[in-house]
Design a protein around this ligand. Structure first.
Ligand SMILES: Cc1cc2nc3c(=O)[nH]c(=O)nc-3n(C[C@H](O)[C@H](O)[C@H](O)COP(=O)(O)OP(=O)(O)OC[C@H]3O[C@@H](n4cnc5c(N)ncnc54)[C@H](O)[C@@H]3O)c2cc1C
Length: 299
């Protein structure tokens, strides 16, 4: 845009009364209407001229989207409209899913997190989204309402490209659901940014591990990377090394190299592709070592 003082273009604010109404409206106005929650991506992108929309459809008040619920038999449900500060201050999330809290805390500022949501972070589908890695390694599943009703979508198959997902016109994510985590687990998110607050990740590494006697090493690890590929990446090669070989410094170093080899970063203002790759190796080694240490101290 060559507008020296960009402002929001005109649009109509739409507040549907039900999910069915919202999906119908979005489907009928495909390409002209966009759902929003906190709006922290939507309004910035609209202001900058990237997402022209005639209609912005407010979906954060609709059925179930305000729900933040932990059920010991089922798991955790985070409604689409639940902002990150609510996630951070939930005692149940802190107790059972501390990795989610850790990831949310790295997003910008307290002020921004009072609007920004985890579901918005996921649906924005930026490879740099800070909470996406934690959601991936914790096995998050999206509940989606479309014109044909509800369906579930595992997060692992949700991302198609930068800003692109499997969602169709009329689809509204209503929540992200996490299974009960395995006992004695531990996690770590390491975000490398240009400063300590308020910047997108140059590299983000999420690691979640737990004892699993069915694996040769006795442990399972899940590892997700941010900002180093067109989509948020789960690095199965590295996970397999840690499942199959006795865990020591050499195995962790080998897994870290596998993570580096799996990523395909770009050069941009935040860092070169080469720097990103090397930092994936170093930070994966650090994060896995820290998680393994926590796991062995717990036993
Ligand atoms: C100053 C600033 C700093 C930031 N810092 C960070 C950071 O450190 N880390 C980081 O990861 N992000 C950062 N962001 C980006 C942004 O805040 C996050 O991506 C946030 O989580 C988006 O949530 P939201 O609720 O505001 O989403 P919204 O802006 O409301 O929506 C985001 C996207 O999801 C779509 N969408 C929204 N709701 C739904 C739904 N229910 N179903 C389907 N699609 C939907 C929208 O159409 C849009 O494409 C920053 C943004 C700003 C402005």
């Amino acid at each position: 845009m060559n507008n020296a003082h960009p402002g929001l273009p005109e649009f109509d604010y739409v507040k549907p009364g039900s999910l069915a109404e919202a999906s119908q409206f979005l489907a009928e106005n495909a390409g002209r209407a966009r759902p929003f929650l906190g709006g922290t991506d939507v309004f910035v992108r609209m202001r900058d001229g990237f997402w022209p929309s005639d209609y912005l459809v407010d979906v954060k008040h609709l059925d179930g989207t305000d729900e933040l619920r932990f059920d010991p038999a089922f798991g955790l449900t985070i409604g689409a409209g639940v902002n990150m500060n609510r996630v951070i201050t939930s005692p149940e999330v802190s107790e059972h899913y501390p990795l989610l809290v850790e990831a949310c805390r790295t997003v910008a500022s307290y002020q921004l997190r009072s609007r920004a949501t985890i579901v918005g972070n996921i649906c924005n589908a930026s490879p740099a989204g800070d909470t996406i890695g934690a959601c991936l390694v914790l096995g998050g599943i999206l509940t989606v309402h479309g014109v044909d009703g509800f369906r579930q979508e595992p997060l692992e198959r949700f991302f198609v490209g930068p800003g692109t997902t499997t969602l169709d016109a009329g689809d509204i994510v209503t929540s992200v659901v996490f299974p009960i985590p395995p006992p004695s687990n531990a996690g770590k998110y390491i975000k490398l940014g240009r400063n300590l607050v308020g910047d997108l990740a140059i590299v983000g590494v999420s690691v979640f591990g737990y004892p699993d006697s069915s694996q040769p090493s006795g442990y399972r690890f899940r590892i997700a990377l941010a900002s180093v590929a067109p989509i948020p990446l789960l690095v199965h090669e590295a996970e397999m090394i840690l499942a199959n070989q006795p865990i020591d410094e050499a195995t962790i170093a080998k897994a870290a190299v596998a993570a580096m080899d799996a990523c395909n970063p770009i050069d941009d203002v935040r860092g070169s592709a080469r720097y990103r790759k090397l930092m994936v190796r170093n930070l994966t080694r650090l994060a896995v070592s820290q998680v393994y240490q926590k796991l062995t101290v717990q036993v």
